[in-house]
Design a protein around this ligand. Sequence first.
Ligand SMILES: Cc1ncc(COP(=O)(O)O)c(C=O)c1O
Length: 397
Amino acid sequence: MTLDVAALRADTPGCAHVTHFNSAGAALQPRPVIDAVIDHVRLEAEIGGYAAAEERGDALDATYDSIGRLIGAGPDEIAVVGSATLAWDIAFYGLRFRPGDRVITTTTEYASNYIAYLHRARRDGIVVEVAPDTPAGDIDVAALAEMLEDGGVGLVSINHMPTQQGLINPAAAVGEVTRAAGVPFLLDACQTVGQVPIDVGAMGCDFLSATSRKYLRGPRGMGFLHVRPEMMERLDPLVLDLRGAVWTHPDRYEMRPDAKRFETWEMPMALKIGFGRAVEYALDVGIEAGWERVHALAHRLRSLLASLAGVTVTDRGTVLGGLVTFTVDGVAASDIKTELSRHRINVSTSTRASAVLDMDRRHLDEVVRASVHYFNTDEELERFVDHIERIAATHSG
Ligand SMILES: Cc1ncc(COP(=O)(O)O)c(C=O)c1O
């Protein structure tokens, strides 16, 4: 299916103001999402926040159905929370580990996740191990399977797409070996949900965390965790309040049976409705069609950048997604970002601290992150590359 890019852009007010190559940071929201959020804020102002939530109860419930349809899960398997990090933390910190339990991750792991591994290594005595890569740059699933054979593994936890480069890890292959070994698998899909087709059953993950604001084009301040029903009882809620449990007797409570036990009561209702609307929008556009276009645009951008003198594309992997990263000889990534912003072009950067293992082994301090979405155009790519060519030429020799 070919997308009607002109219509999609007309539906995206931001396209009239900026050239947006930062959808892996926060994408531009489409009009129906913006309207859903603003309408609810207005309703709260008019009739009061509690009455507004009651009146829009169906829309609030629909957010779980929509997320479930997006990832091939039931609504009861979803917890909606304030960020992908919080969703991930609910899974990671909810698992009980014994001292010496091994947690296996990947070379490209994201700072916040790795900081949490180190925190629990110090606090709980877990042992953090890193599975090697294949020569192409993906996680080496055969090597991971061998590491699992040694036993004592409490969790395999990887990103689907890292923060600092366009690699899409072979999550389903990882899920196959973790299932075979009977080891829980936590997938950080913050950068891929909305970008690539995802089916949690087919991928074999036990927990999946993601955000609203990136490839789903939803509002900031929302994320979700998927918990496979069989794993529900394995997770100790990070925080338990009257949303997650009922206080049944003076000395007892009962936890809800579903994943909402991992939420807390207060919630930005307007954002939650907007999040659900964003998921519906993504499903209407078509995840497959969107992915096909993102993949093609990113491929073209990498080829154009790679042809420029002084520019190095820094993505590595068998399958590369919409996040294109590069360096320019002699120019700091942050200066490139600033220079582009003068022309209303949005990019972001990744620094060493966002992914120490990966950046150190590649001797990188900072890279430019230019992430495309299906609403970007070839004309935007060409204009972008012209700017990079000029920046590179100004600083060469
Ligand atoms: C790979 C990866 N995981 C997790 C996160 C955290 O997501 P959030 O900022 O929504 O908590 C990010 C954010 O950029 C990320 O790139």
